[in-house]
Design a binder for this molecule. Structure first.
Ligand code: C2O
Ligand code: CU
Length: 542
């Protein structure tokens, strides 16, 4: 094992990821997306974050999917597990990497990550259980992209005129690049260059098998994803390794915060063939058609594409990396690519049938049950807020909640705390009466999905609905429109763990709550010096 070190200097840069010039890309070391972290289980990750954000914003980094056992103060959400890092200051995150899988990291302050402050993270197992099934690895990230600033978007979402509809993305990106029709940028009075509109091209060698890691880093949208002419065999979901021989499918529906690994065999063609890799915004996300209520009248690009190119030449790899690096090429409209059937003819991955490798059974009972009803309402100042149970989550002042816990200070009720005893099993029922899906993410844990279904008002009914102990688990799940979902997790990670909707606008407006886990063991939680220092910058002492 080794220490994997990175330095993240965070600041704004200008750029044109989809061809349209914007000034507010929140970059790491001048780059968007941030660097891909690659490491092995047992390594220690050490990331030094330097906040150089020009307008003085605070920053934090959350390591999405890592459970931070014993390193609770390094989880990242501002005012939950740490004080936010001030402008001009430095924070060193350091923790052992204990789980293999596909992860990502992102800012956990306001909606900063929708301005670009994110990157991918791969932790490889030692041994990596399905390693012998593939030759090389590919990585694809998908996200929505906004020409308006995060601040404008937040204000729009919170205003009464949005009616609870999130700001509409300008375009969608694959591996940080995309395409916006320059003709429309005139409406925005923005510079636009078709030559900067790129797509990632992945060179694969005929006959080889690839591990395709897919991450949705969106602020809002879910995608349909497919690789034309190829089948996708899942081997990992949200860093949970899957049992052998999962059924292959053509396409997957992936929500914000979710990850998959698929085996992809390059056996559909010969040298020179080119297949489209397609990611399409789901229809549910088009209910706020621009021109209707969106303040930024634009035409949204609802599909982003990459290219899988069969080639005998060896593709490039960065030294020490196991990932093939794509090349970024401008759109060549004279070229024709092999494209799959229509979306409706593709067979989608049925996620409930995915079985984990570890074979750990779903807990057959639970000790605590929590009911979360998804609600949107105007608050007394006329701001539109999402919440669980009509009680919008409020960020606590002064000490972060975890600091309050270790200092024995009561946790305010508007943090929506649910207290769980060490080792207890928690069942959470989420009812979604809304017309859109919500990707619900739990920090610090995997959870087992024990049931889901549609019902008229999206409510679970104990006498009508069956739960199942299928063993299916992950850390971010889509609670679909007009649907309920039931999950269980084992509360064996002392600390304070956020559960929230990963639609950033919903999270920000209040669709969040915390589990205060094993408060009886709070005195065993170590407060790192770094956490004290970052708080002391705010005159807050833990
Ligand atoms: Cu990606 Cu609170 O998380
Ligand atoms: Cu939501």
């Amino acid at each position: 094992s080794k220490t994997v070190k990175h330095t993240f200097e965070v600041s704004y840069f200008s750029g044109l990821p989809d061809g349209v010039w914007v000034n507010n890309i929140l970059c790491i070391n001048g780059k968007f997306p941030g660097p891909t972290i690659e490491a092995e289980v047992g390594d220690v990750l050490e990331v030094t974050v330097i906040n150089k954000i020009q307008d003085g914003q605070n920053v934090t980094i959350h390591w999405h999917g890592l459970h931070q056992r014993g390193t609770q103060f390094q989880d990242g959400p501002s005012q939950i597990t740490q004080c936010p890092l001030k402008h001009g200051s430095t924070q060193v995150y350091t923790f052992p990497l204990l789980q293999p899988g596909t992860f990502w990291y992102h800012s956990h302050v306001n909606s900063q990550y929708t301005e670009g402050l994110w990157g991918s993270m791969i932790v490889r197992g030692t041994p990596e259980i399905w390693q012998e099934l593939y030759d090389e690895e590919l990585l694809i990230t998908l996200n929505d992209w906004y020409h308006s600033t995060a601040k404008e978007n937040e204000e729009w979402f919170m205003s009464a005129k949005s009616g609870g509809a999130p700001p509409f993305p300008s375009s969608v990106l694959m591996n940080g690049v995309g395409r916006y029709p320059c003709g429309y940028s005139i409406l925005q009075r923005r510079l636009c260059s078709p030559y900067s509109q790129k797509r990632p091209v992945f060179k694969v060698q005929p006959g080889k098998t690839y591990r395709l890691r897919l991450i949705n880093v969106s602020g809002w949208v879910a995608f349909n994803f497919t690789v034309s002419g190829h089948i996708l065999t899942p081997i990992e979901v949200d860093s949970v390794d899957l049992a052998a021989n999962q059924a292959p499918h053509h396409a997957v529906y992936i929500g914000a915060g979710q990850r998959y690994s698929f085996l992809l065999r390059a056996d559909a063609g010969v040298e020179g063939d080119e297949f489209l890799i397609r990611a399409n915004l789901r229809r549910e996300f088009l209910f706020t058609k621009p021109g209707n209520i969106n303040p930024y009248p634009e035409v949204v690009i609802d599909e982003v594409t990459g290219v899988l190119r069969y080639s005998d030449s060896k593709p490039a790899k960065v030294r020490g990396s196991l990932l093939l690096q794509p090349s970024f090429e401008t759109f060549d409209y004279s070229r024709t690519y092999i494209q799959a059937e229509t979306w409706s003819s593709l067979e989608f991955l049925p996620e409930m049938s995915l079985t984990p490798y570890d074979g750990v059974p779903t807990p057959s009972h639970y000790d605590t049950e929590v009911l979360l009803q998804i609600v949107f309402q105007n608050d007394d100042q006329g701001f539109r807020r999402g919440s669980f149970n009509g009680k919008p989550f409020q960020l606590t002042r002064e000490k972060p909640i975890l600091g309050k816990l270790v200092n024995g200070i009561p946790i305010p009720v508007d943090s929506m705390p649910v207290y769980t005893q060490y080792g207890s099993v928690v069942q959470v029922i989420i009812n979604n009466p809304e017309a859109g899906p919500h990707p619900i993410h739990l920090h610090g844990h995997y959870f087992w999905v024990v049931g889901r279904g549609q019902s008229g008002d999206g409510s679970y009914n104990e006498t009508l609905h069956q739960l199942s102990l299928s063993g299916y688990k992950r850390d971010t799940v889509l609670v679909k429109e007009k649907s309920w979902l039931a999950l269980r997790f084992l509360a064996d990670n002392p600390g304070v763990w956020l559960m929230h909707c990963h639609i950033d606008w919903h999270n920000l407006s209040g669709m969040a709550m915390v589990f205060v886990e094993a408060p009886e063991l709070a005195s065993t939680i170590k407060v790192p010096l770094e956490a004290k220092k970052v708080c002391a910058d705010h005159n807050v002492f833990i």
